[in-house]
Design a protein around this ligand. Sequence first.
Ligand code: NAD
Length: 490
Amino acid sequence: MVNLKMFIDGEWKDAENQQTRLVYNPANGEIIAHAPEGTITDARAAIDAARKAFESGVWSGISAQERASYLLKIADKIDAYAEELTQLETMDNGKPLREAGFDVADAAACFRYYSGLITKPDGQTYHVADPMQAMVVREPVGVCGLIVPWNYPLLMSVWKIAPALAAGNTIVFKPSEVTPVTPKKLFEIFEEVGLPKGVANMVMGAGAVVGNEIASHPEVDMISFTGGTKTGKQIMKTAADTMKKVSLELGGKSPNIIFADADFETAVDYALFGIYAGSGQVCSAGSRILVEESLYDQFVARFVERARKIKVGPGNDPSTEMGPIVSAEHLEKILYYIELGKQEGATVACGGNRIVADGLEKGYFVEPTVFVNVEQKMRIVQEEIFGPVVVIQKFKDEEEAIKLANGTIYGLAGGVFTKDGAKGLRVIKKLRAGITWLNSYHPTYNEAPWGGYKQSGIGRSLGTFGLEEFQEIKQININLQVEPVGWFSN
Ligand code: NAD
């Protein structure tokens, strides 16, 4: 059990009123940490520190090459602490060590990617009327408020922090109150590499208090938020008062479309991975599987057969294939949706229960669950459950597949399985979603933009787009012939 602290202006701090919040291991319900329950005063201190650091130029004023060298050092430290970070992530979030290990490696790679990108050419020049020379430069936005969820405590943090720092911003970061352990280790790394004080600040605490202060404070220039769509809407409204730049990575209910001509075992395999990786607590989870009529029964039978065999257990057991749900509260939400599905008239084809046997009773475990006999209007089809619960629907033809796939408020991700490449691409082009895969599901790359259409968000993380989110664009026009314009006659 550890006492966590916040990191404000280069110092480790308790909440100003000394209040703390308990953090639990989702695999067994044990208390693993006391986290400071930050207040509005704490958030303001962090914002103040970030503002002063930004204005001083200690970060925005140094060369891109110098900032890149810090980012590379951070990446090296993440690699050096990979084993510890992996263990912490599994304890904090519950995910199996194998998944946590991928996240840690990806986090280091993300810092490396942005350390490279920031030193590459940017800006533009334009041929405009003589004697003017026009150019465009990119500048940091200023103080960026970064607010993240609990499903990838380390990686979601890094997806924001790496490009924000690369671009020369200073940051006020808030981890999820459910998973502050790995983010705290990340900030220890920032201290170790000697980031100038005030450049990276971390406050912990409730979203409605600390998060809301970050979203509303006039000295915060931008909010980059990852989390639920409902929270994202609230943040957008709050941020509107001070016209902050807003970047939102929100929820999803992503379709995975399986045509009858797909490679059968590949499609089943990826469909399982699409929903049960991360116990379904993945924004891009393939939580709606749409299967062509003629393949439907065969697909459901094979999918259920394999879903039943998934080994559910504590993340730190190397044989575990699917870990627990992140918290007791979220477990309740998932069980509520399973009951709702039954009430709506859908059929549970497998799973549907909390797992309380085999020493898992103190943790928050749910069986891999499949609903069939579902209708598009059901809430279990329309709403993000964010757990190991999938609905398998039937479609007649390409047109119906697209209609069903696009038939929710979300538009984050989608997969298509077929051996007919032209059909696959045709369908993908019709999907109203920002992230798509053909004959695959889930792979994510630091080089490629991540984000959603519709109510799945605004803006993109990762790639060049993810850097641009954290930059302002300035037009500079230079008069090469310095003489009066002569517009007025007097
Ligand atoms: P959440 O919206 O409840 O919380 C996310 C963060 O926002 C937390 O740090 C929370 O404290 C903070 N917050 C809550 N209320 C706030 C407020 N009023 N003002 C400011 N901050 C506030 O989400 P969650 O339950 O932690 O995470 C799950 C959600 O995240 C899912 O909907 C999932 O789809 C989404 N998600 C999206 C992506 C993506 O890339 N699109 C990635 C990961 C997770």
